[in-house]
Ligand binder design. Structure first.
Ligand SMILES: [Zn+2]
Length: 454
């Protein structure tokens, strides 16, 4: 491209620089991974303090002004360094807390002892999201002393437990975080060698539905046949959440369209572990179904257990239902639609209550404009192939928080993961060769954003 903002030599120089930095980046990543910074209450929070401090130290070493902030939750690290006069400011996000390791016996090497096997670095947090922190640090190092843009780094300490104090942090420290572009490095690439920008995320509501038919349990032989029990009533109600083919049948819920990528049933079966003979449900492309359409999943059920059951008409029963939402759905409008559905479909005049247990907005990026153009170019520079736009069927509540707080900033959701990363699972790992490309892409992105005409 003759009108490109960088020359091929500049790009090649950055690639060479990053390659030279990788041994140090890897050593620092391993040191971070050795800190068992599980943010869940039941774990020793001294480790989360230690990972915040270690992150702060890495940023101070790159010349950033750094503070550790707490707003009723876990410590977050904020660092900043000015760019050249008039240059844009880029906010780089990652998180330093990790998921619990689960059972050590499920791991092939100790979860907090980073270990390389077959080109992958295994360890809890080696990818999610300590590699995100180190991708940002690598990009800073690649431009050491002559950053092309202003950089603010925000490294959260409670992403894995739901970012509860993030809204307060954004409210009280938002001025320090203001930026022209935001890079949230906590998602995945499409495949090894195939980079991606995550441009949609689904939202979520979780409801508890409780059905009551009797004021006390009664003998099923005496009254069964004329008096409805709550479990049967609730099961019939839950069955109305889907139609015959398995699409969600709650009127008023939005459905979106996913990007048009190759994803066939064989890959779905392989990646999900769906048993032979069990049908795939729903309609539309498979990616529409897992990224852009609503779902309804019963995730909990309160009724007598099989072992403790007796011949009784059960008076009350509850189910917890997790409902994923189209990326642009408003969670409270979805909740209202679910309430209307439940009221209209509860059989036999049973009493029913719906309680909202949790909610989070999805995200649909406006994936156009100069920042996205430069991001796509930077990914292409790093991988040699153009990135694809992907959706993620899950929800990352902090993305919506940033989108709401900074409506004018371009939001880029990038990632260090690949389909074999197993974030949150046993044997989480980072593909090291791919990680170098992630670091190159971010270094080139900063150079490109700094070189944009202004
Ligand atoms: Zn993460």
């Amino acid at each position: 491209m003759t009108d490109d903002v960088l020359t091929q030599d500049q790009i090649d120089d950055l690639r060479t620089t990053v390659a030279g930095l990788m041994p140090g980046v890897r050593a620092d990543l391993e040191a971070l991974t050795r800190i068992p910074s599980v943010s869940l209450d039941a774990f020793d929070q001294a480790h989360v303090e230690a990972s915040a401090e270690a992150t702060a130290e890495l940023l101070r070493a790159e010349g950033l002004e750094v503070e550790i902030v707490r707003e009723g939750g876990r410590p977050a690290v904020i660092g900043h360094v000015d760019g050249p006069e008039g240059a844009p400011t880029v906010l780089l996000y990652a998180h330093h807390d990790v998921q619990p390791p689960g059972d050590d016996a499920d791991w092939d090497s100790a979860p907090f002892e980073p270990t390389e096997r077959d080109g992958r670095l295994y360890g809890r947090g080696a990818a999610d999201d300590k590699a995100g922190i180190m991708a940002h640090v690598a990009a800073l190092r690649a431009h050491a002393g002559r950053l092309p843009v202003g950089v603010t780094i925000f490294v959260e300490g409670e992403e894995e437990i739901g970012s509860d104090s993030l809204p307060t942090i954004l409210e009280r420290h938002g001025d320090k975080l203001r930026a022209d572009a935001i890079v949230l490095a906590d998602s995945t690439n499409w495949a090894l060698g195939e980079p991606a920008l995550t441009t949609t995320l689904r939202g979520l509501i979780r409801v508890v539905v409780t059905v009551t038919t009797l004021d006390h349990g009664i003998h099923s032989g005496m009254f069964g046949g004329a008096v409805p029990d709550a479990v049967t009533t609730l099961v019939r109600l839950l069955a109305t959440f889907h139609d015959e083919v398995g699409d969600v049948a709650v009127a008023g819920l939005k459905s979106g369209k996913a990007s048009d990528l190759d994803f066939d049933e064989a890959r779905l079966r392989e990646e999900s572990g769906l048993l032979d003979g069990v049908e795939v449900i729903g309609t539309g492309s498979l990616l529409d179904r897992i990224w852009a359409k609503p779902t309804a999943t019963v995730i909990g059920f309160d009724a007598p257990s099989v072992a403790k059951s007796s011949n009784t008409l059960v008076p009350t029963a509850s189910a917890k239902v997790s409902i994923r939402l189209a990326p642009d759905e408003h969670p409270m409008e979805a909740y209202a639609a679910v309430q209307r559905h439940v009221e209209a479909h509860t059989p036999w005049g049973a009493r029913v209550q719906v309680h909202l247990d949790d909610q989070g907005a999805g995200f649909a990026a406006d994936a156009h404009g100069p920042v996205y153009d430069q991001a796509r170019a930077a990914f292409t520079d790093a991988w040699g192939v153009e990135p694809v736009d992907i959706g993620v069927g899950g929800s990352i509540p902090f993305v919506a928080s940033f989108a709401e707080k900074f409506p004018d900033a371009a939001i880029l959701v990038t990632g260090v993961e690949d389909p074999d990363t197993r974030a949150h699972g046993a044997n989480e790992s980072l593909h090291l060769e791919e990680f170098e490309k992630v670091c190159v892409a971010e270094a080139v992105l900063l150079a490109r954003l700094g070189a944009m005409p202004r």
